[in-house]
Design a protein around this ligand. Structure first.
Ligand SMILES: *Cc1c(COP(=O)(O)O)cnc(C)c1O
Length: 415
């Protein structure tokens, strides 16, 4: 038995992580052009318009609107689709807060459906169990670039007349049965924050096919000013509140350059993820994510489950042993489902109040107890998140596999 690095042995990851450069001449060129426009306002300049046009064409949809973040992209989609006070919106508890902030800001109520243990995504079955007469919309998250089972989800939403939003913040260019994630529902939302496949520092994109949804989204993200109007009076004839979620030209400029790189980035991440799937499926205590052959997974990170019945140690020790081998490993994507956050325990959407949970429009009592989504809780506790990126060489990937093989064999053997 090889001695674990945790107990003083040699590390399995011997080469240091490569330091790739995400930004360069392409971004500088676009930024220079943006500055030379002498305006950084999206409606006067060309960068945000070019970015949304390129993204729209890449996704072969009718419309795209830019926003200031992934969170604001989702809020914009909800606002544009008319989700409002007293509505319930079904989503996953294994996600970023950005998925649910917009729901609560619209004074709607997040309802959490459980996830599938092999895809880590919500399913038509788990969503259906949560549908009530208050349900207005579903936000599907394609976690870590792995698509949810969209055929059955689309069918379910049609049947119950629910709006469908896809949170693609982690899923650039991911495909379900050959079709791009983000093109299945009423709106697809993307993030350009610094940790996603591509980054413009911060930023967001919403894609959709319906003209009215587009017009609503364009207005919603811009204080509900109607930029498409022909007169200023008409432009300022504001009917509803809208935040200022505008993207500026500098962000748009970086976004254009990053969009030129997204295909290669996703291709490399896909290769790495598939290689890991293949290698890890033969280790008895490791359950890699299951992906369908027809799907294309763009692995924002790599999440694998540990069959804890097959190891003779606890998850914390297992993960610490992995970390000691020199790889980027952590327990869970998040360590608990988001409904365990104090906001959901205390039902405090807004500081100093219980809005929206106590609104008369809602008129129901909701709570988010432990045990609400048992699979999600189990996944948080018994999975390992492995950081991957497009700069990893084949040697890096082999060494990371070796970290997992070595630690797994050690803790399976002793039993
Ligand atoms: C990152 C992320 C968001 C939020 O995006 P921001 O740009 O950080 O606001 C929303 N949903 C998911 C699944 C994310 O990973």
């Amino acid at each position: 038995m090889e001695k674990l690095a945790l107990y003083g042995g040699e590390k399995a990851k011997k080469t240091p992580y490569p330091k790739g450069k995400r930004f360069g001449e392409e971004e500088l060129k676009e930024l220079k052009e943006a500055i030379e426009q002498n305006t950084l306002f999206y409606w006067y300049g060309n960068k945000v318009k070019t970015l949304t046009e390129k993204f729209r064409a890449m996704y072969k949809v009718n419309y795209c609107t830019a926003t200031s973040s992934g969170t604001s992209a989702i809020h914009t989609a909800l606002g544009a689709l008319g989700v409002t006070s007293g509505d319930e919106v079904i989503t996953t508890p294994l996600t970023d807060m950005g998925t649910v902030i917009g729901i609560i800001c619209q004074n709607a109520i997040p309802v959490f459906a459980d996830i599938d243990p092999y895809s880590y995504n919500i399913t038509a079955e788990t969503i259906e169990k949560c549908i009530t007469d208050k349900t207005r919309a579903v936000i599907v998250v394609h976690l870590a670039g792995r698509c949810a089972d969209m055929d059955s989800i689309v069918k379910l939403c049609k049947k119950h007349n629910l709006k469908l939003i896809e949170d693609c913040a982690q899923a650039y260019l991911a495909k379900y049965k050959g079709k791009l994630a983000g093109t299945f529902g009423d709106a697809g939302c993307f993030s350009l924050n610094d940790f996603k496949q591509i980054s413009a520092g911060d930023g967001g994109l919403v894609i959709m096919n319906d003209e009215e949804v587009y017009k609503n989204a364009l207005k919603f993200a811009d204080k509900n000013y109607n930029r498409l109007a022909t007169t200023v009076d008409e432009m300022r004839a504001v009917h509803f509140i809208g935040p200022n979620y505008r993207m500026n030209e500098l962000t748009g400029a970086v976004g254009i350059a990053q969009l030129g790189k997204v295909e290669a980035i996703c291709k490399r991440r896909n290769e790495i993820g598939e290689k890991l799937n293949n290698a890890l499926k033969d280790i008895p205590c490791i359950l890699p994510p299951l992906t369908d052959k027809e799907d294309y997974c763009t692995y924002w990170f790599y999440l694998f489950r540990v069959d804890t019945k097959k190891i003779n140690t606890d998850m914390d020790t297992f993960v610490n042993a992995l970390k000691a081998e020199g790889g980027s490993f952590a327990k869970g994507y998040i360590t608990e489902p988001i409904y365990s956050y104090p906001l959901f325990k205390e039902l405090t959407g807004y500081y100093n109040s219980h809005v929206p949970f106590n609104l008369p429009e809602y008129g129901k009592k909701i709570s988010y107890p432990k045990g609400l989504c048992p699979v999600a809780e189990d996944i948080c506790a018994n999975t390992v998140k492995m950081g991957i990126n497009e700069f990893l060489t084949d040697t890096d990937v082999d060494e990371l596999i070796e970290c997992i093989r070595k630690v797994s064999e050690y803790f399976m053997e002793e039993k």
